[in-house]
Design a protein around this ligand. Structure first.
Ligand code: NI
Length: 177
């Protein structure tokens, strides 16, 4: 039996409901560890899928595996900057961007996935190190997202952003299966 489309689009499930209360230290550590593990997991899944499969969509009409990996690098660069902005400015308004237009920029075809995987490895090393050093007070700092007209605490961003990495890892996993 064919897997329903919804499972291909959301292989690990829909985005989580964000917590209204501060996370516990244990909960935070779990999400940080997920972010820490992502680059190696993504690299392993990409290697398992192989270059031919990475050029294919993971579901009908979707981005290719290569586009997904470049997208994760694009988005996580922004996530990292949002954390740094929120930690150094008072509820800054962050910059939304057009993920589909970014995915069409010419470097996406010209750069192999290994470059974005190396970028993610370095970026997550820096980002995760920052996260391990934050105080309880810093986790309650916020930024404002104009597209969703919503203020997010860093705790909430952590939950959302760790999901984002695992979500796309699931897509590469579909190509590696
Ligand atoms: Ni995404």
């Amino acid at each position: 039996m064919e897997t329903p489309l919804i499972d291909l689009q959301y292989p690990i499930g829909k985005p989580p409901v964000l917590p209204e209360q501060p996370l516990t230290a244990t909960e935070r550590a779990g999400y940080i560890e997920q972010l820490a593990a992502l680059p190696a997991q993504l690299t392993a899944a990409a290697r398992q899928a192989g270059g031919v499969r990475l050029e294919q969509p993971y579901r009908p009409g979707s981005w290719s595996g290569r586009q997904v990996i470049h997208h994760v690098a694009d988005v996580h660069l922004n996530f990292y900057l949002r954390f740094r902005l929120a930690l150094t400015e008072d509820n800054p308004t962050i910059r939304a961007f057009d993920i589909n237009a970014w995915a069409e920029l010419p470097d996406n075809d010209a750069v192999p996935v290994t470059v974005s995987l190396a970028l993610l490895e370095a970026l997550h090393s820096r980002w995760v190190t920052l996260l391990w050093h934050l105080t309880d007070e810093q986790w309650q700092r916020t930024f404002y997202h104009p597209l969703y007209d919503r203020t997010y605490s860093l705790d909430q961003a952590l939950v959302q952003y760790s999901w984002h990495g695992r979500h796309h890892l699931g897509h590469i996993g579909l190509l590696a299966a």
